[in-house]
Design a protein around this ligand. Sequence first.
Ligand code: CMC
Length: 436
Amino acid sequence: MKLADNKATLSFSNGSPSVEMPVYQGNIGPDVIDIRKLYAQTGMFTYDPGFLSTASCQSGITYIDGDKGELLYRGYPIEQLATNVDYLDTCHLLLKGELPNKTEQVAFHKLVTNHTMVNEQMQFFLRGFRRDAHPMAVLTGLVGALSAFYHDSTDINNPEHREIAAIRLIAKMPTLVAMAYKYGVGQPFMYPQNDLSYSGNFLRMMFGTPCEEYKVNPVIERAMDRIFILHADHEQNASTSTVRLCGSSGTNPFAAIAAGVACLWGPAHGGANEACLNMLEDIQRQGGVSKVGQFMEQVKDKNSGVKLMGFGHRVYKNYDPRAKLMQETCNEVLEALGLENDPLFKLAKQLEKIALEDDYFVQRKLYPNVDFYSGIVQRAIGIPVNLFTGIFALARTVGWIAQLNEMIGDPEYKIGRPRQLFTGSVKRDVKPLDQR
Ligand code: CMC
């Protein structure tokens, strides 16, 4: 870490001596004040629920400038990656720090492809779930269970174990997500077909059946690949921080990634695309475009508890650059599938238009986020709404692993252990039952 020229001084109004703290500079982005010695020097903690002003680690993987609406993976703008490389190249970049050259590309694609099958026993484990279980419940279980099937890659402190666990997770996630889907609809599981692309193989495992040959539609294949690229990493978001915190105890990589899957499920995070589609379907049931005005009034009423799902972001306060790219893909897919006039898509367009013009949204800098459009694209492709977050988890797995590996390799890494401001009962005595 690079020390800045200046230092921070914290002074107190009660006459306690002030303390000086070092300031570090990143390569870009805000400087950070190093408060690690604060408790030892003052007996005080800092208070920052939701980590609004706290950097929990140093990282060289992903950079977001929320005001500019900029997202960089290892320095490369998301727009360039989404248009010039594929998802597996993006995985190589995130994991190893560089885009692959031709030889590395062939070797990496082959390595991932060699690991796409899952242990045959896993399908019996899957069969223990109810058929109507939510795919995220199934996936949390399946990913966690990988550590029961691949004992030779569970030592988080062994670089070889981490390497092979990373490849296994990236390769097997599409297989697991497709299995969770097929189980729910009662169709036979499809084994991976390794001469297809990563996205093409996923589409075939999802929508192919053993009865006939599945032909991959190149527009949908590209759209799927773009969804994967746009969701591959996003700095220290809730699920990534969960993976880091979980991994900081030394648990195995599969267990840490399963924790990330569980965190991603929430509607304020990865579950937003599912929540967004459910919202659109609700409005559609209540009368569609004619009810948009009434719905927007509810969204703006603080007491209603209704939010416009797929809008707003903790970090992007200008626009979400992923949303622009996803909007492009959305138009391409709707056109290719002849769905431009679908009532739900018209409704989404109407909501987007009103929100972009309405003062409530403009003043609060609330723009559509990636999930607004990715939900629409996935629905058009035929992916059921309750599988959207599973697809997000598939794509984000590489980011989680890259971040986990970075943490383990960081000499400053420690087990994560936040502090608290205690507001409960002070010490008291247990009273006998008849006096309580
Ligand atoms: N609809 C209506 N009002 C909103 C919305 C929304 N979607 N999002 C924020 N606001 C209002 C909020 O009520 C607050 O108003 P006020 O200042 O009057 O109290 C103001 O905007 C600031 O919001 P905030 O809750 O302080 O913002 P945050 O940074 O804590 O929350 C968020 C970010 C993403 C959780 C939130 O915008 C939200 O719940 N959005 C809907 C869910 C969603 O689409 N999530 C996906 C995020 S993108 C995928 C990912 O990266 O995980």
